[in-house]
Design a protein around this ligand. Structure first.
Ligand code: M6R
Length: 369
């Protein structure tokens, strides 16, 4: 059942290239356009959308945070992302022109279900991004875009997350395509890159041995911090969540720009800090800023674990440990940057003697509010 792996989580991490490819399958046509016919919301309705609201929990929420960057950039439609458990309790502003996207692997998460029911009662259209055919969330939505990750058994979400990202990018690009934005050329180029991305995920998986070694060496630590900027910020949050749930360690993700507003006080001698470095191409200002952050925390004794694009030489002198990821378009980087963090958490959990597939106190799908 585990296909020769010790844990479902290891198997599911390894299945990610296929899960990503399967989620793209049949959705990009020969001319390089998206065909999301299954999204039964008519293009006219999508053209009228004036706000996107994403609701989700846990890892799916992190996918939503990343989707916001893509949706706002490619469609210029404002996008909010909210924890499903908070959503309906604050009387959110919704109407017929709001597109609500509910992201859920299981399709049974009660918090997300209650949020989408609330949204529909207010007249909003709901699109589900879901991995489980025929589950409650897609059944109660106006439309669904299925992720094709296959069954995810381990409590910690891995391949579902990567496919949720793919689905979010598809929705963002599709909205851009349908509505027509000034980013038409970029959208076409990104669709081409997305079609290749599973090869890059595979490439990351092939280079994970040093990450495992590093994780084992940190098994005695109590705290690990994660920093990121732009789409790397939700990746940092996801890295921290994986470590909490699997290794039972104190782990926190921060937006690197916030360091100076408080968290830098946490930095002490030999504290492991994982930094997700934005591409030096594209938004290079952010790259410079995060390099300064790495220098600052290193000067205060932190052990820096740097995840950076191949060819990014600037970070080398400041990285105690350097994890390389392939070059991707800026917005797609989470698809490759998250993988080392999954491997890191899984290996740390094993080294600490924890039950990887079934962490304490957690259930795979949370069907109570
Ligand atoms: O099935 P869902 O995607 O709705 O589940 C949402 C969260 O409960 C889930 O992502 C949880 O945070 C994972 N255990 C994280 O690894």
């Amino acid at each position: 059942e585990k296909g020769g792996y010790d844990y479902f989580m290891l198997k599911e991490i390894a299945e990610q290239p296929k899960a990503v490819a399967d989620t793209l399958l049949g959705r990009i046509d020969a001319s390089g356009s998206l065909t999301l016919d299954e999204v039964r919301i008519a293009p006219e309705v999508l053209r009228e959308v004036d706000k996107v609201v994403i609701v989700a929990c846990g890892t799916a929420f992190h996918a939503g945070l990343i989707a916001k960057y893509a949706i706002e950039h490619w469609t210029r439609v404002p996008c909010e992302v909210e924890l499903a458990s908070e959503f309906r309790y604050r009387d959110p502003i919704l109407d017929q022109q709001t597109l609500v996207i509910a992201i859920s692997q299981s399709g049974e998460t009660m918090d997300t279900l209650m949020a989408l029911r609330h949204a529909r009662e207010q007249g909003a259209k709901v699109l589900a991004i879901c991995n489980t055919n025929g589950s409650t969330i897609p059944r109660e939505s106006d439309a669904v875009l299925y992720t094709h990750a296959g069954p995810e058994v381990a409590v910690a979400s891995t391949k579902a997350f990567l496919t949720q990202l793919v689905a979010c990018y598809l929705v963002a690009l599709y909205l851009g395509q349908v509505r027509g934005t000034k980013w038409g050329d970029e959208i076409r180029a990104v669709i081409r890159d997305l079609a290749q991305i599973s090869g890059e995920v595979e490439q990351v998986l092939e280079t994970m041995e040093p990450v495992r070694e590093l994780a084992r060496s940190l098994a005695g630590k109590n705290t690990v911090l994660f920093l990121g900027r732009h789409v790397g910020y939700p990746v940092a949050l996801e890295g921290a969540l994986k470590l909490k749930e699997l290794a039972y360690m104190h782990a926190e993700g921060f937006a690197a720009g916030e360091l100076k507003h408080g968290p830098i006080a946490l930095i002490e001698e030999d504290l492991p800090v994982v930094v997700v470095v934005p591409s030096p191409r594209g938004r290079s200002v952010l790259h410079d800023k995060i390099v300064s952050n790495i220098q600052e925390i290193r000067a205060r004794g932190a052990r820096t674990i740097v995840i950076a694009e191949e060819g990014d030489e600037v970070v080398e002198p400041y990285a105690d440990h350097l994890i390389r990821i392939p070059v991707t378009p800026v917005l797609l980087q989470p698809l490759v940057a998250t993988v080392p963090l999954q491997v890191f958490a899984c290996e740390l959990a094993t080294a600490r003697g924890n039950e990887v597939d079934q962490p304490r106190n957690l259930a795979k799908s949370v069907t109570v509010e």
